[in-house]
Design a protein around this ligand. Structure first.
Ligand code: PLP
Length: 305
């Protein structure tokens, strides 16, 4: 793992239309985005030189900005081009891309009517770390202490910085107890998602069940996996799911740009064994993203070096 802090790396960061040396891509301490969380961002992955679902991510960035009351300083097309440009400029074929837009420092207070919007895009190498075999062991989750808020409390469908406060708090709590991630319930006590990924479960009926995304991000990977499952003839049910239903689940997995399709072996006192449907979804997602087994094996080998 690269332990160099993110502000002390080398490369180029796209910043308001210019490619700046990595260490010069700074913002002022009195930025509205920092004090009042008026910031939205994306997490994208490039596979073999192509950013998966790039336009969907750029569109979500623009929609997230609108949901928290500002416009991006450029069009979705321009964001697409800038993401590709920053990968190209840094020689990244397999990596992670992080666009972020925030309100600047023209005003300091709750009101931000006259602030300008800043946009930066960074990218760094991030190969698929785990071989399918290693990931099949399944990660360990524990229900976290914070709940996803109701849609009338926050703009819950935005990928906005402010919504991650409860994710970080939940993840820290369970990490301190040795778990990999937190399961987050929503304000009604229903299963919502993990702290940075959506959740699916295979019930005894052989169907794939996933919570209706009415108070959390309807992930791009989630939507992709639903399509892939349906293409295989697997029935997908989106519905309200209560946590005690994990007792009937045989397989559970997470989906997300970073997580891809990651099997879950444990949630609280429930245990699951990654099985055929999880394996099928991992394989189909790998194919959809343009990875081949040979390439991911190579990536896993070089990440381990
Ligand atoms: C809270 C949260 N839920 C779900 C997801 C999965 O979304 P996607 O599949 O679009 O990466 C993410 C990652 O962006 C996330 O941060």
């Amino acid at each position: 793992m690269d332990t160099v802090p993110f502000d002390a790396r080398d490369g180029l960061i796209w910043y308001n239309g210019e490619l700046l040396p990595w260490r010069d891509a700074k913002l002022h301490v009195l930025s509205h985005g920092l004090h009042y969380a008026s910031a939205v961002f994306e997490g994208e992955r490039s596979y073999n030189g192509s950013i998966f679902k790039l336009t969907e991510h750029s569109e979500r960035l623009a929609a997230s900005a609108q949901m928290i009351g500002f416009e991006l300083p450029c069009s979705v097309d321009e964001v697409d081009r800038a993401c590709a440009e920053v990968c190209e400029a840094n020689g990244i074929r397999d990596g992670y891309v992080r666009p972020i837009a925030w309100r600047g420092s023209e005003m300091m207070g709750v009101s931000a009517q006259n602030t300008t919007t800043q946009l930066a895009i960074a990218a760094w190498p991030w190969p698929s770390y785990f071989s399918p075999e290693a990931r099949l062991k399944g990660i360990r989750l524990k229900t976290g202490p914070w709940k996803r808020p109701s849609p009338e409390t926050e703009p819950v469908h935005a990928k906005a910085a402010g919504l991650y406060m409860i994710c970080t708090l939940s993840k820290h709590t369970v990490e301190n107890e040795g778990y990999d991630d937190a399961l987050m319930l929503d304000w009604r006590g229903q299963v919502a998602e993990a702290t940075g990924a959506n959740i699916f479960m295979v019930m005894g009926d052989g169907r794939l069940h996933t919570p209706t995304p009415d108070c959390f991000l309807n992930g791009i990977t989630r939507q992709t996996v639903i399509d892939l499952a349906r293409e295989r003839g697997i029935e997908v049910v989106e519905r309200a799911i209560m946590p005690d239903e994990f007792a009937k689940a045989t397989e559970v997995f997470l989906t997300g740009t970073a997580a891809e399709v990651t099997p879950v072996g444990e949630i609280d006192h429930y245990r699951f064994t990654p099985g055929d449907i999880t394996k099928a979804m991992m394989e189909d997602y790998e194919k959809a993203t343009g990875q081949t087994s040979k390439e991911s094996a190579k990536a896993a080998a070089s990440a381990a070096e």
